[in-house]
Design a protein around this ligand. Structure first.
Ligand code: FUL
Length: 509
């Protein structure tokens, strides 16, 4: 009924404008027209409910882009690859950097085949050696024998990423064990100059990654001493971050506490069983927080979701001695479910070897990991189900449970305001066996759901098969295989009317 009233009102409005346009009273009638128009919107509005009001902190556009990536990689590559170290002292000769068969396309295509959406290269690690020919130091590829000093690893990886459709990001270690001025004001100018080079010469960056290792002993231009800095004040982070905002507005910045995404608190790739995207980072400077990085905090003052960084090998850099310690496909899957599956992004490190390629053992493991993931998520066994929800916002199909199966994170099943604990029953299109449950919240409205449970129908009874807390970008629950034709999702706790974007049931082989 109401949409028709709206249509008639719109029709009357259009004819009125056409008539009055020819009249000398047209100007004055604009006010009347505006009033009528408002009325129309209200009438139509009643039939098509507005989305729920966002709850608490919500992600920025750049953070939403980052969330959507879910899985990307790190490339740890520098003089350490050739000296067999994890942390170079800063006195390494530039001549040690000499990959014998560097192949950016091989590196990037391995990442792409593994399903990564982007790569982050260590443009400079703690040893200070630069993988691009920086104008501000001699300690770089330009003084290495590789390509007669004409090479630029940052440019080559960046271009290969673009060729293969991956996003590109850089790691620029704040700690620099080579630079003579490290610990003093002059180094900050140097660091910012380098940052500007990377932000302006290598196309769009999806991230700038600021690691948290800061100060200690080093070469420091020959001083060979220990230099301590106060991480809260030395880098003047807020002004340093501003350079990134000015030059790459869509780059998300990582440090232990953000500002755009945070460290998950361990280098094993494991997010908290409960993992909120919000945090109370204090004044926001690294080293000045007691925030719970692994689980996040709720309600938090900022939207700073977690990134799980972990290496495919024990070390971040390539060591031939670790060729037999590459994580197995099963270990990689466990990490995936404990990171992406808990609403975080997974940043998996692949260290190029001394040839400048990803080693065959790593490639083998990644391929099988990807094969199993693809097999698992190829089909959503809930997609053909008949749905009945205890509540639908405004009883309108725009917010109906059908939205859970459109593979569009921008639509959602939402409830009326103050309906916090709805239920959804799914009559599956046959008897199905599944062992993975997949949910996503509609992130632009914030993290609303605090607890949920899933039941399977066994005979005439509902039996609980899974329960968990946070969802956020994504929640994956691995369970023992369940065979049934009836499933029920119960939202058991929420801070605001739930807005769930996707729901899936899958079978992991
Ligand atoms: C840390 C560094 O000390 C490690 O070498 C590695 O780069 C890791 C990702 O970040 O802060």
């Amino acid at each position: 009924m109401l949409p028709r009233v709206g249509l008639i009102a719109s029709g009357v409005f259009v004819s009125l404008v056409a008539m009055l346009k020819r009249s000398p009273l047209f100007g004055g009638c604009l006010v009347l027209a505006a009033l009528l128009l408002t009325g129309c919107i209200r009438l139509n509005g009643a039939s098509r409910p507005l989305p729920p009001t966002p709850y608490g902190q919500v992600p920025s556009t750049r953070q939403l882009r980052w969330h959507a990536m879910e899985f990307y990689g790190f490339l740890h590559f520098t003089v350490n690859t050739f000296t067999d170290k994890e942390w170079g002292y800063g006195d390494e000769s530039e001549t040690v950097f000499n990959p014998t068969d560097f192949d950016a396309d091989q590196i990037v295509s391995v990442a792409k085949e593994a399903g990564m959406a982007g790569l982050i290269l260590t443009a400079k690690h703690h040893d200070g050696f630069c993988l691009w020919p920086s104008a501000y130091t001699e300690h770089s590829v330009k003084n290495s024998p590789w390509k007669d000093g004409k090479g630029d690893v940052v440019a080559e990886i960046g271009r290969a990423c673009r060729r293969h459709g991956l996003k590109f990001g850089v790691y620029l270690s704040p700690w620099d064990r080579n630079h003579p001025e490290y610990g003093r004001e002059a180094y900050i100018t140097y660091y910012r100059n380098q940052l500007r080079e990377l932000l302006t010469n290598y196309g769009e960056l999806f991230t700038v990654w600021f690691d948290g290792a800061n100060g200690g002993d080093g070469y420091y231009g020959g001083a060979r001493e220990t230099r301590r800095i106060d991480n809260r004040t030395y880098y003047d982070w807020h002004n340093t971050w501003q350079i990134v905002r000015d030059l790459q507005p869509f780059a998300c910045m990582f440090s232990d506490v953000g500002p755009d995404f945070r460290w998950v608190g361990n280098e094993r790739g494991i997010a908290g069983e409960t993992c909120w995207a919000t945090l109370n980072p204090g004044d926001g400077t690294p080293g000045n927080t007691k925030a719970n990085l692994n689980q996040g905090e709720r309600p938090g003052t900022h939207w700073i979701p977690a990134e799980c960084d972990v290496s495919i090998r024990p070390g971040w850099f390539y060591h031939a001695s670790q060729d037999d310690q590459v994580k197995t496909p099963a270990q990689l899957l466990d990490i995936y479910y404990a990171s992406v599956g808990r609403g975080a992004c997974l940043n998996l490190n692949l260290p190029p070897d001394r040839r400048g390629r990803i080693h065959e053992n790593d490639v083998r493991s990644l391929r099988e990991f990807r094969r199993r993931l693809d097999a698992t998520f190829a089909e959503n066994l809930a997609a053909g189900a008949t749905l009945s929800a205890s509540n639908v916002r405004g009883k309108h199909r725009n917010f109906g449970p059908g939205r859970l199966f459109d593979r569009d994170p921008n639509t959602c099943w939402a409830t009326d305001d103050f309906v916090f604990t709805p239920e959804l029953t799914l009559e599956l299109d046959g008897i199905r066996t599944f062992n993975v449950i997949d949910l996503r919240e509609h992130l632009p409205l914030g993290q609303r759901i605090e607890a949920f449970a899933v039941d399977a129908r066994v005979g005439d009874e509902w039996q609980e098969i899974a329960r968990a807390t946070s969802i956020g970008n994504r929640r994956l629950l691995r369970i023992d295989p369940v065979t049934t034709d009836g499933v029920r999702l119960r939202i058991t706790g929420a801070a605001a009317a739930p807005a769930l974007a996707e729901f899936g049931l899958h079978r992991e082989p």
